[in-house]
Design a protein around this ligand. Structure first.
Ligand code: TRH
Length: 360
């Protein structure tokens, strides 16, 4: 017999970009698809207009401020330490039984994510006094909370018709053209991409925002065409990733989706002022290489580093290039298989809160 459905309160504070809302929506929709009920409390739902125009079964979107008056559900998930309203937390502390309280953290391949995953944070003071919040770290190893992966992902991928989808989008690749998807930050060194593509007929699909602005200011070399895309719904963004031969992605959620696409990708990490993204990049590359048995060829390593602004020398950036497509594709396929062998994030979260509910 499967355990009864749970009710979740998921809190999302939009800091910048689309990763906060993107991760929260994906988790909410995944839990909803598994029969649970989710109230997504969000302080700026604007992006959901294009990201999730049709909503999702089991998910109701609410204004953050309305949580001031709401009664807490079985499980409270705050994304990225966003601190639910004090009045809500007070009611959490008063509820019997107390809700399970999870802080869903940012994704990192660094070792500390394994050590911090699952750690308790007892609330010794403040509105939540007496409650225990737990850290939940997504990640790339079995000792972390894993990655979001819906139960129907592989079935959807297997049934996907690339040509039909591209045609419906109004995109017509020419015979032999390499298709490249570009989702990047405004600091991306676009000339590097143009250089990597020069000499191979390519069609670059530009997502709205930075990619389109950069390409407008710096047009591609001969033989490379571009097409501007609209914002796609999150499920359709998957289709874009499945349609491209190479995906340039950024932040957190789009990067994970590129890994599930199983095609060659370059990840531009969210840059932090203290430069910690360089360590995050190195940790990720090390895990990728260990799991795939494919050391990144030096020019590709140089491309990843320069694309992330962590290249020490100009000469290194000048060496940046893409490798043989076949070997790169095999490695990314192997990385996907490696990740597929791990338990997905929602399954782990449900097991975690279920086990704690059963504990005396
Ligand atoms: O927008 P991002 O750069 O978000 C970032 C990161 O999450 C970063 O870690 C975080 O600190 C910062 O936000 C606050 O990139 P990310 O994570 O890929 O989020 C983009 C979301 O937008 C993702 O869910 C995919 C979705 N998307 C669509 O649904 N349609 C589209 O057309 C595009 C381009 C993206």
């Amino acid at each position: 017999m499967s355990p009864p459905p749970l009710r979740f309160d998921l809190f999302c504070h939009v800091v910048d970009n689309y990763g906060d809302v993107g991760v929260c929506w994906r988790l909410a929709a995944d839990l909803g698809a598994r029969g649970h009920e989710v109230r997504l409390w969000i302080d700026d739902a604007t992006a959901l207009g294009w990201m999730a125009p049709d909503g999702a079964p089991g998910v109701a979107v609410h204004a953050w401020a309305d949580a001031e008056r709401a009664g807490p559900a079985d499980v409270v998930v705050e994304a990225f330490g966003c601190d639910p309203p004090a009045a809500f937390v007070e009611r959490m502390a008063a509820r019997v039984p107390a809700p399970r309280w999870i802080n869903l953290e940012y994704l990192s391949a660094e070792d500390w994510a394994e050590h911090c995953h699952g750690l308790p944070s007892p609330q010794l003071a403040g509105p939540g006094k007496g409650l225990v919040k737990r850290f939940f770290y997504p990640g790339f190893t079995p000792s972390t909370g894993g990655l979001l992966r819906e139960r129907d992902l592989l079935v959807r991928q297997a049934a996907f018709d690339r040509e039909a989808w591209l045609a419906a989008l109004g995109v017509s690749p020419r015979a032999g053209e390499r298709i490249v998807g570009l989702f990047c930050y405004p600091v991306a060194p676009l000339p590097l991409l143009w250089r990597a593509l020069a000499g191979t007929p390519s069609l670059v699909l530009l997502t709205p925002g930075a990619a389109q602005a950069l390409a407008a200011a710096d047009p591609p070399p001969a033989g490379v065409r571009t097409a501007a895309l609209p914002w796609l719904a999150q499920r359709d963004y998957d289709h874009l990733l499945w349609s491209c031969d190479v995906n340039l992605v950024r932040g957190e959620d789009s990067a994970v989706r590129a890994m599930w696409a199983g095609r060659p990708f370059v990840w531009q990490l969210y840059a932090q002022h203290d430069g910690v993204h360089a360590a995050k990049l190195a940790a990720f590359v090390a895990r990728f290489e260990a799991a795939t048995g494919w050391p990144l060829p030096a020019p590709l390593r140089a491309f990843w580093q320069a694309w992330n602004g962590v290249t020490a020398h100009d000469e290194a950036a000048r060496a940046a290039a893409w490798p043989d497509h076949g070997a790169w594709a095999l490695a990314c396929r192997a990385w996907r298989e490696h990740l597929l062998a791990q338990t997905d994030l929602a399954t782990q979260l449900l097991a975690d809160v279920g086990a704690r509910a059963a504990a005396p």
